[in-house]
Design a protein around this ligand. Structure first.
Ligand code: NAP
Length: 238
């Protein structure tokens, strides 16, 4: 949260942090969201997940105005991503696409393999690669012979949550490897889902952890918020 506040301050965005006690009721949280939904000064609302057990993520997210849902978790925004008509993309996949574009990597026609099918990373990632004409395979914990799938990948995205899960023998020569993981190794040190030391010699390009996808996520949150502010302004202008 501190990084997000810092990014807002650096960009000159007005921001409010509401650090609520754990025992906050659903009614109290929904009332705050309603107030922010109706506040013209606020263009983006982000609820830090996971919520305490007595609060239902879905109910809370569904009550954020889709036009202020800068995390793009509301079903309306998820649906818009499916059909390729969207303002916001979940920040982590959006950051990955930005990295791909900035690196001059062409997605069209490439074999893209995404390991992980979560709603916040794997699924939207797969959709974005598909929109850019990649041939996309999504792998998960029930995938048989994962290595056979990953070794076909020109672009491999690892969003598994297991430290150093992807090893050099799972990667095709020259592949672009994107590591979404934010894990802890046996010494408690931050590491990714990719075993950098064994994969880096094989890969054509690879994102490090820390310093790769992570910082892009916050940048994309800021971008989504700016987009939301622009849309609100356009709406006001008619
Ligand atoms: P998640 O919801 O736990 O999803 C993990 C996915 O990995 C699931 O789809 C799971 O399959 C799959 N998986 C687990 N074990 C597997 C195996 N042995 N073989 C193949 N697939 C397997 O995690 P997430 O929220 O997507 O996050 C993934 C990682 O990204 C985590 O390390 C997280 O900390 C990190 N992350 C980083 C950022 C960032 O800003 N850099 C943002 C979000 C997340 P099933 O669906 O079959 O269970």
């Amino acid at each position: 949260m501190a990084n997000k506040e810092k990014a807002c301050a650096e960009l000159g965005f007005y921001s409010e942090k509401h650090a609520l006690p754990e025992e906050t009721t659903e009614a109290e949280l929904l009332s705050l969201i309603e107030r922010l939904n109706n506040d013209d000064k606020i263009h983006g609302i982000l609820v830090q997940l996971p919520l305490p057990k007595h609060l239902d993520d879905k109910t809370i997210i569904n009550n954020i105005l889709p036009s202020k849902d800068v995390d793009a978790f509301h079903p309306t925004n998820v649906g818009r991503i499916m059909i390729g008509d969207f303002d916001f993309v979940p920040c982590t996949p959006a950051g990955i696409m930005e990295l791909i574009h900035e690196s001059g990597v062409e997605v069209s026609g490439k074999e893209c393999v995404v390991i992980g099918r979560s709603n916040i990373v794997g699924k939207p990632m797969a959709m974005l690669l598909l929109h850019e004409h990649g041939t996309v395979t999504v792998c998960h914990s029930r995938t048989k012979d994962l290595k056979a799938q990953t070794r076909r990948a020109d672009i491999l995205v690892a969003a598994v949550g297991i430290p150093k899960f992807v090893t050099g023998d799972m990667v095709k020569d020259g592949a672009v490897v994107i590591d979404v993981g934010m894990d802890r190794d046996e010494n408690g040190k931050l590491c990714g889902d990719v075993d950098f030391d064994s994969v880096e010699p094989v890969a054509g390009a690879i994102t490090p952890v820390p310093g790769g996808v992570g910082p892009m996520t916050i940048a994309m949150l800021m971008k989504n918020t700016l987009t939301a502010a622009r849309r609100a302004h356009e709406k006001k202008q008619g």
